[in-house]
Write a protein that binds this ligand. Structure first.
Ligand code: NDP
Length: 394
């Protein structure tokens, strides 16, 4: 029987545990390890009949993660802690020759800059250890990459442009809250935007470029250009691309709060002194904001995430839209989590399932679009994330 080690018991971790239990024939025994035991206990109490053991870990310490992997003889590590822990967990996987998967690329706690460089640099070490690492197996990155690979394989001879379109039309009733880890979310949306065109990166001011997009089952929403990590790997792996951009929707209230918090310095990530105590404003803000895991029960509405690709097929121009719609309340009814965590946790489970089944295999560090998208697309249909394809007018 296999043993699956899941690190991180947040919103996404909860979904991954539920989904692995639904596929227990593949995942076997589940070890859920996280910084605080309380969250692990909560998740286990929702799945009392399942074979789950819980434990604490500080995943910043490679040696501790290594000992944890060895203690349980894990067959795979699913990292759904925070991006700060990616490298320490990858190094523990290298030291113990254990396959690795994550959903977000590495970010240093002191610098709001995320990139694949340091994870890709471990490719040789993964090869030497005889293991595979799958990076970015969430929704975006993750399914968005799989959609691009699928479009490229079946719908185009050449893809020229891709827009990734991420809409969360959920309403949790709070004036301001983030749907996943506030620190990671706010660092992402307050950074400069960036997109890739004709071989060059073009930088924009935060929220400088926007467009109105009509999202099926949601309606029209203002969508803002952001830099998002999957662009870095898609530029490398989808041949012939001339432009790729990422857009995300934000409501007026969210943007007004964001601007105000930024203006007063609450998004700062450098230590400041307050009444003789050292604090990091962004961390303090996280303490004040609602825990994303608590939003599930009150969130209504839908998410719609997809890609629009344009290019040439059989000598003619073509444009297609591949998208997935999830309903917050339905997700909550199934796994006690809202759709943002659900749409991340399900693809993490699918990536790990395909690795354990040997359907996705290789030595080294990979991004998901490097594998055959068809089997992933099939799994999405049966594991709770059915998708649609629409032909658009060119
Ligand atoms: P949460 O903040 O809800 O959960 C993170 C969990 O990791 C918490 O349980 C936290 O512990 C634990 N953790 C933090 N630091 C450590 C540490 N040093 N050692 C052990 N455990 C630790 O985040 P989410 O569940 O929302 O996000 C999880 C991951 O998924 C993030 O990397 C995020 O960027 C990624 N993500 C990816 C998406 C995609 O589509 N690809 C979309 C959304 C998220 P504690 O309970 O003590 O705080």
């Amino acid at each position: 029987m296999k043993t699956t080690l899941i690190i991180g018991a947040g919103g996404v971790g909860r979904v991954v545990v539920h989904k692995c239990v639904q596929n227990a024939d593949i995942f076997g025994k589940i070890i859920l390890a996280s910084r605080s035991i309380g969250r692990c206990q909560e998740i286990r109490s929702e799945l009392l009949d399942a074979d789950i053991e819980i434990t604490t870990i500080d995943a910043d310490i490679t040696e501790d993660v290594k000992n944890l992997i060895l203690k349980y003889n894990a067959d795979i590590v699913i990292n759904v802690a925070l991006p700060y822990q990616d490298l320490s967990i990858m190094d523990a996987c290298i030291a113990t020759s254990t396959p690795y998967l994550d959903t977000a690329n590495y970010e240093h706690p002191d610098e709001a800059k995320f990139e694949y460089k340091l994870q890709w640099a471990r490719d040789e070490a993964f090869k030497k250890a005889g293991i595979m690492g799958l990076l970015g197996s969430g929704f975006d990155p993750g399914v968005s990459n799989v959609f691009c690979a699928y479009a490229s394989k079946h719908y185009f001879d050449e893809i020229h442009t891709i827009d990734i379109l991420d809409c969360n039309a959920g309403d949790h009733g709070y004036a301001f809250a983030t749907n996943f880890n506030p620190e990671i979310n706010l660092r992402e949306v307050s950074a400069n935007g960036r997109y890739w065109e004709n071989g060059e990166w073009i930088e924009t001011k935060p929220m400088e470029i926007k467009m109105l997009w009509d999202y099926p089952e949601v309606g029209e929403r203002e969508s803002y250009l952001l830099y998002h990590e999957e662009i870095e790997s898609l530029v490398k792996h989808i041949k012939g691309l001339k432009r790729i951009r990422f857009f995300m929707t934000f409501g007026e209230s969210y943007l007004t709060h964001l601007k105000c918090l930024e203006n007063v310095g609450m998004l700062g990530i450098k230590e400041i002194e307050h009444k003789g105590q050292k604090i990091i404003p962004m961390e303090f803000l996280k303490t004040l904001l609602p825990d994303p895991a608590s939003l599930g029960v009150r969130t209504k509405g839908k998410t719609n995430i997809g890609i629009v690709a344009e290019g040439i097929k059989d000598g003619k121009r073509r444009k297609i839209y591949i998208y997935q719609v999830s309903d917050h309340e339905k997700c909550f009814a199934e796994v006690n989590s809202q759709a943002v965590s659900y749409t991340t946790g399900v693809p993490a489970m699918i990536g790990a399932k395909l690795m354990l089944e040997g359907k996705y295999k290789g030595l080294g560090v990979f991004n998901i679009e490097e594998f055959d998208p068809d089997i992933f697309m099939e799994e999405l249909k049966t594991q709770g994330l059915p998708w649609k394809i629409k032909e658009l007018e060119v």
